[in-house]
Design a protein around this ligand. Structure first.
Ligand SMILES: [Zn+2]
Length: 114
């Protein structure tokens, strides 16, 4: 069990997007939580239950729907779950243009500087 230490360290919680596997600040990701009634989009980030995170972009949700999310949450996605996810996904922006197949030869930089 983790102790409650009153540290004043400014640490940004990091989470892994189950779609693209990139680590990002928790608040930049959308939490999906597994409840007894099925999956839910947890906009507060505080709902009880096993959670997984996805970027707020459709490409990550599509990967999540293909199985990454089910795997992360250790559930089989029901049709209702998929419906919830698809509905939410429909309101998200498409994948960023940097992932387009542009023949620039530029590699995506994955190095982060704090
Ligand atoms: Zn992602």
């Amino acid at each position: 069990m983790a102790k409650k230490t009153p540290k004043k360290v400014k640490h940004v919680p990091q989470r892994t997007c189950v779609g693209c596997r990139e680590v990002n600040a928790k608040r930049a990701l959308v939490r999906i939580v597994r409840t007894e009634e099925g999956l839910r989009i947890d906009l507060t980030g505080k709902a009880a239950g096993r959670g997984a995170y996805l970027h707020a972009q459709q490409s990550c949700w599509q990967k999540g729907l293909k199985g990454a999310l089910a795997h992360a949450l250790k559930v089989e996605l029901t049709e209702q779950d998929r419906e919830i996810l698809r509905t939410y996904m429909a309101g998200l922006p498409d994948e960023p243009t940097e992932q387009d197949e542009t023949p620039t030869g530029l590699e995506r930089e994955t190095v982060d500087h704090e």
